[in-house]
Design a protein around this ligand. Structure first.
Ligand code: PLP
Length: 222
């Protein structure tokens, strides 16, 4: 897809989003030139799944105009580099990962906004914490000095069929509401990151405040 086409896609999607919803461009496999195109069209957040790919992109594009989010499963042996690179980690799904992140943040002198990744499509996804355990994890995370819990993220079941993806989004939204109501000190429910190219409209109907979109901006991944 050419850059003009990518930019038109970005503009169309940005214009269609309700004001409370922000766009994360899912950047995996995309070249720095493609990422530059979406930035010029108005994207302010780029999500990456892999530390190495993010390093490559940040090196090419810098950090002035853009915030870099980790949206892929983060291995504990990569947290040091992740903390240096990313402005937010959307995929915290265990206490052990949080402990490693908190330690790396302390060393780097950095406060890191994080989202808890919920495994809302349980039979399919391998990442994320099961819904039953989210409250307990949030309570534990509230004690970390260098992490700030700001919301939830989920993949849900991959489908364009609302009957399949909607229940996952609805379940995550219900958790988001109960965490907000629990008023855990140091835990804010500001961001609900859910919905991808095939499902973002349904996710917005179910309360998403952030959608992560790749294919609809850049075209199919090769
Ligand atoms: C790739 C990816 C997306 C975007 O997927 P598309 O279907 O290409 O829009 C969103 N979230 C995560 C975590 C991803 O890895």
């Amino acid at each position: 897809m050419n850059f003009a086409h990518i930019q038109k896609n970005v503009q169309q999607i940005l214009a269609s989003l309700p004001p409370q919803v922000s766009l994360v461009a899912a950047g995996k496999t995309r070249s720095p030139e493609e990422l530059q195109a979406v930035i010029e069209a108005g994207v302010r957040i780029i999500g990456h799944n892999y530390v190495q790919e993010a390093e490559h992109s940040v090196e090419a594009l810098g950090r002035d105009a853009i915030r870099w989010h980790c949206i892929g499963h983060l291995q504990r042996n990569k947290v040091k580099r992740a903390v240096q690179l990313f402005d937010e980690i959307e995929t915290v799904d265990s206490l052990r990962l949080a402990q490693a992140l908190d330690r790396a943040c302390a060393e780097a002198g950095k406060q890191m906004p994080i989202l808890i990744e919920v495994n809302s499509g349980q039979e399919e996804a391998k990442t994320g914490i099961v819904p039953e355990d989210v409250m307990e994890l949030a309570q534990a995370l509230s004690n970390f000095e260098n992490l700030r819990v700001e919301g939830l993220m989920t993949l849900g079941r991959f489908s364009a069929d609302p009957d399949v993806c909607r229940p996952c989004f609805r379940k995550t939204r219900a958790l988001f509401d109960s965490l907000a109501a629990a008023r855990i000190p140091g835990v804010a429910m500001k961001h609900l990151s859910m919905g991808m190219s095939d499902s973002y409209q349904v996710a917005i109907e179910e309360g998403a405040t952030r959608v992560r979109i790749g294919t609809r901006l850049f075209g199919p991944r090769l």
